[in-house]
Design a protein around this ligand. Structure first.
Ligand code: NAD
Length: 283
């Protein structure tokens, strides 16, 4: 099977980045969201990103035009009928994702592969709501997608070897490095990253240090390019909370309990950079 058309579901920060790199790799891409304004926001963010590339001399102006022409805004899920591969990047919530996968299973052609960009939810459970669990797989891109090289590829319990190999190929085509993992809560990336971020939030909650100090220590002392609280703001505090809850529930272990301060911020609508306020304030 040859992947020619990719549909990305969810035009938020991850979905728009994924759509961008796929269009840059010559695929025809549908960028889909619930409302036209959400899709437009995603398209504008891609257009701005590409314009910056042109300004820096990293991309020719007509190449930018060609990439934008390969991108098709969508609010009609029936466009999935045209897709060889669908990459889902909606919010990190099992009910929402399973609903989306049930619809995609009905709409997408039989040969199509359904991938999820979930940060932590079980691929096996998502696959189980479809009639093609062997064609369901995790493609966990990193944020910001155009910059970060890794795609963690998660094999569900029933993912076939052929599907795994094809997704490995597509990942390389879009200029990324695939790394294979099995389906356990948080996979590898977030099983290790999120408890560290959560611990940084606990340190703030307990008054051990100010946010700037926590971040500075991890940057200068551990050589991390970004402090854990800045990174949490960047990822989105709602996403961080969902992931901690998934780890806690998935392993049945309270060592993963989300810090109460994280819950409080999310309840207040302080979701980090995307809402303008998290551990820091953004314009
Ligand atoms: P986001 O909130 O920026 O975007 C989510 C988008 O999904 C929104 O535009 C929303 O309107 C749309 N959406 C919600 N329900 C939908 C539905 N039923 N159909 C179509 N669209 C729908 O979130 P994000 O940060 O882009 O995260 C998306 C996914 O990527 C999550 O599963 C998250 O865990 C994962 N992820 C996030 C990061 C990160 O750093 N933010 C990194 C890797 C993976």
């Amino acid at each position: 099977m040859n992947v020619k058309t990719i549909m990305v579901i969810g035009a938020g920060q991850m979905g728009s980045g994924i759509a961008q790199v796929c269009a840059m790799a010559n695929y025809k891409v549908y960028l889909h969201d619930l409302k036209e304004e959400f899709v437009q926001k995603g398209m504008e963010s891609i257009s701005r990103q590409l314009a910056r590339q042109v300004e820096k001399g990293k991309m020719a102006a007509d190449e930018r035009k060609a990439v934008l022409e390969r991108l098709h805004p969508s609010t009609d899920i029936q466009n999935a009928a045209d897709a060889d591969l669908v990459i889902e990047a909606v919010i990190e919530n099992m009910d929402v994702k399973t609903q989306v996968f049930k619809m995609l299973d009905e709409m997408a052609p039989e040969h199509a592969i359904l991938a999820s960009n979930t940060s932590s939810l079980p691929i096996t459970e998502i696959a189980a709501v479809t009639n093609r669990p062997e064609r369901v797989i995790g493609m966990h891109f990193m944020n910001p997608v155009p910059v970060m090289k890794l795609v963690e590829i998660i094999r569900g319990l029933q993912t076939s070897d052929g599907v795994y190999q094809l997704i490995e190929e597509v990942t390389k085509q879009v200029g990324k490095v695939p790394v294979e993992v099995n389906d356990f809560p948080g996979f590898i990336s977030n099983r290790i990253l999120m408890p560290m971020i959560n611990e940084a939030i606990f340190a703030l909650y307990e008054g051990v240090a100010e946010p700037e100090a926590i971040d500075e220590i991890m940057k200068l002392g551990m050589n991390h390019p970004m402090g854990p609280l800045t990174l949490a703001d960047f990822i989105g505090l709602d996403t961080c909370l969902y992931i901690m809850e998934t780890l806690q529930e998935g392993f049945g272990d309270d060592k993963y309990r989300p810090c109460p301060l994280l819950r409080k911020y999310v309840k207040a609508g302080w979701l980090g950079k995307k809402s303008g306020k998290g551990f820091y304030t953004y314009n």
